[in-house]
Design a protein around this ligand. Structure first.
Ligand code: THU
Length: 135
């Protein structure tokens, strides 16, 4: 699947976000190795720290539902952002854990603005140098 198509799915998912407190809707679309796409969006809570980012909703749902399928890519976008939306530090840790769980197969992270036209791409491992890891 093309990046543009995955971004379109992320923007569509953002329409269903629950973000009454920040007013910043985010959507994420996860592409699995068999072509399945799983979407998520941010889900806020009146107890603010309990809210979840779109990336975590999508990645955790994908891993909970299709644990045997590798994640190839994730697109992140917001209709409320004029610049590409990049994952927060916590979501980078979650993405890296997914990379480790799929035997270090990296995940392409596609970060888009509200139009879906402006986007950047990086690998999950590139987004989190010196990650928290232990042996
Ligand atoms: N948010 C995401 O869902 N993903 C990001 O990459 C950055 C931030 C959410 C969290 C919160 O609901 C809102 O955006 C404002 O920070």
């Amino acid at each position: 699947m093309e990046n543009k198509q995955l971004i379109a799915k992320a923007l569509e998912a953002a329409q269903r976000a629950w973000a009454p407190y920040s007013g910043f809707r985010v959507g994420a679309a996860v592409l699995l190795e068999d072509g399945t796409v799983v979407c998520g969006n941010n889900q806020e809570n009146r107890a603010y720290p309990l809210g979840s980012c779109a990336e975590r909703v999508a990645v955790n749902f994908a891993r909970a539902t299709y644990p045997a399928l590798k994640i190839e890519a994730i697109a992140i976008a917001s209709p409320d952002s004029a610049v590409p939306v990049t994952p927060c530090g916590g979501c980078r840790e979650v993405l890296l854990e997914a990379v480790r769980a799929q035997h270090n197969c990296d995940i392409r992270v596609v970060m888009a603005d509200r139009t879906g036209e402006l986007y950047r791409e990086a690998l999950a491992t590139e987004l989190l140098p010196f990650a928290f890891e232990f042996k």
